[in-house]
Design a protein around this ligand. Structure first.
Ligand code: CP
Ligand code: NVA
Length: 303
């Protein structure tokens, strides 16, 4: 297993499957009421420079269920918000804690944290990647479809942290990936470069959502304006017209297509209320699986 979880680019297919299998096992134990305090007495520092509901709740509850403690540090209340260097934060928290989960803006900050910390670093979302979310998505898809290899995965919308993470995670698991974004909202070049090296699954980038959704087994979408892009919200609403997950789009997908959305969702923008409601079970199972995959990640990195 890797030391950190910064992006799934660093992980092999076997390592990803190990996380999913461990998550499935922990989920079963949790449902059966079996004790699984594998991280008894350990502490996870949780740094949030951006807002969160799911990530904070699932990490804090997850570490508690594993017998450990979650220490919440917000960007604004801690010295991070007053400009203390990330290098110093890394070295201090390494002396108190057993791992750090961080949600922040620049991906370089998390790389710096990993460089200076002596304990595992877990990415709880950066501008570039959201690996814990895509692990939850892969677990959910495997639960619904019974497999990952060979499925057609489509993502409609902004080439953001979710698009980047889905491309990497899905291709690594042998899934064919089609992405539709407006011009100049494409995924990161480093991710496109990785996709170009993949031989055993197909990758397509288009500006046509219908082309991307044709024969899809799974359709993903995410908000048009991510955290930190609030000032662009209006221009983005114009740029993303036509990039909505709606019934017309679902008509060209497989009849049993499932919908995944990391949440929070903006009904009437990236997804219609009708599609959201018809697929709410899949979407909230996905949200639940954040807890189980993150417990697996913490267990595998902190044990
Ligand atoms: N999907 C997700 O990461 O949700 P939060 O922003 O609520 O953590
Ligand atoms: N792309 C979104 C995901 C939120 C979980 C954002 O970064 O705000």
């Amino acid at each position: 297993m890797q030391k950190h979880l910064l992006t799934l680019l660093d992980y092999s297919q076997d390592e990803i499957i190990t996380i999913l299998d461990t998550a499935a096992d922990l989920k079963q134990k949790q449902k059966n009421g079996e004790q699984h305090r594998y991280l008894d007495g350990k502490t996870l520092a949780m740094i949030f420079v951006k807002n969160s509901t799911r990530t904070r709740a699932s990490f804090e509850i997850g570490i508690y269920q594993l017998g450990g403690h979650g220490l919440y540090l917000s960007g604004s209340d801690s010295q991070i918000g007053r400009g203390e260097p990330i290098e110093d934060t890394a070295r201090v928290l390494s002396r108190y804690c057993d791992a750090i989960m961080i949600r922040t803006f620049a991906h370089e900050d998390i790389q710096k944290l990993a460089q200076y910390a002596t304990i595992p670093i877990i990415n709880g979302l950066t501008d570039s990647f959201h690996p814990c979310q895509v692990l939850a998505d892969l677990l959910t898809i495997r639960e619904y479809k019974g497999k990952l290899q060979g499925l057609n995965v489509c993502y409609i919308g902004d080439g953001n942290n979710m698009a980047n993470s889905i491309i990497v995670g899905a291709l690594k698991c042998g899934m064919n990936v089609s992405i539709a974004t407006p011009i100049s909202y494409e995924p990161d070049q480093s991710v496109l470069d990785f996709a170009a090296t993949v031989k055993d699954a197909s990758f397509t980038l288009t500006t046509n959502p219908m082309d991307a959704a044709r024969d899809a087994d799974v359709i993903f979408t995410d908000v048009w304006a991510s955290m930190g892009q609030e000032e662009e919200a209006k221009s983005r609403q114009l740029a993303f017209q036509g990039f909505q997950v709606n019934d017309e789009l679902l008509d060209v997908a497989k009849p049993d297509v499932m919908i995944q959305h990391c949440l929070p969702a903006h009904r009437g923008e990236e997804i219609t209320a009708e599609v959201f409601d018809a697929h709410a079970n899949e979407i909230f199972d996905e949200a639940e699986n954040r807890l189980h995959v993150q417990k697996a990640v913490m267990y595998l990195l902190m044990k």
